[in-house]
Design a protein around this ligand. Structure first.
Ligand SMILES: *Cc1c(COP(=O)(O)O)cnc(C)c1O
Length: 237
């Protein structure tokens, strides 16, 4: 199937999930996860009307984003190391996956240097997996005020990557948990948080039923991932 056909199908499935949940279809943004795919693929996706893209590696994004048209908007969805924050602040409209006070402080500092305010989503380790990044829910609640006080970040919501399962229903309790945690954060903040980033190719419909506002879909749009896109070596023909 072509990208255009995949996109059409995913949009129909998003609309159906919204209808089941009694939600407005415009309340869900489709983030096309373009990691590993080359700039030509992204330009073709933009031509189909897909404008929001997610990347998880700074090196790859730095090589790719300048080769894609100005209409595309980019979000970082990976694990950010402090030595990459300066680039991330330049390249992305939103940084998802913020998982510590230290990294949030670094983002705020670098955003200030760039005369920006950076929208972020906090990553939560919803299943308490040892192998995964993300805040423990209790620690996030304990540190929320301190995070929110940082001058150059704006917390726009929460994101999570639940344990992989071939059965989408099994992810539902984790999506529900993230939604409930957002309510607790909103109580601390005294204001609504607009985003819940949850749901991938295998489970985005369940995530939408549980309140997702940002689904991060890679394989179901682009097909299997390629070996990572690399910038042509400088000076080579
Ligand atoms: C790769 C990735 C996705 C997309 O995964 P698919 O299963 O291909 O849709 C979503 N979110 C994050 C954080 C990712 O790294």
């Amino acid at each position: 199937m072509s990208f255009a056909e995949n996109l059409d199908l995913i949009q129909q499935r998003i609309a159906a999930a919204c209808a089941r949940a009694g939600r407005d279809v415009n309340s869900v943004t489709l983030l096309a996860v373009s990691k590993s795919h080359p700039p030509e693929t992204i330009r073709a996706a933009v031509a189909c009307g897909q404008l929001d893209f997610g990347e998880n590696k700074i090196q790859e994004a730095k090589a790719k984003i300048p080769l894609c048209p100005g209409k595309a908007r980019w979000q970082f969805i990976g694990h950010l190391q402090s030595n990459k924050v300066r680039d991330a602040v330049q390249l992305f409209e939103m940084i998802q996956g913020v998982d510590s006070l230290a990294i949030a402080q670094e983002i705020s500092k670098r955003a200030e240097q760039a005369a920006k305010t950076m929208p972020i989503l906090i990553e939560v380790n919803v299943a308490g997996e040892a192998s995964k990044f993300g805040y423990k829910p209790d620690q996030l609640l304990a540190e929320f005020n301190e995070l929110n006080a940082l001058p150059r970040i704006e917390i726009h919501g929460l994101m999570a990557i639940p344990p992989f399962t071939p059965v989408p229903e099994k992810a539902r309790p984790y999506f529900k948990k993230l939604r409930e945690l957002k309510v607790e954060c909103e109580a601390i903040l005294g204001a609504p948080l607009p985003h819940l980033s949850m749901g991938m190719s295998g489970d985005f419909e369940v995530a939408i039923e549980e309140g997702s506002t940002l689904v991060r879909v890679g394989t179901a749009l682009f097909g299997e991932r390629l070996s990572s896109f690399r910038r042509p070596t400088e000076g080579a023909e």
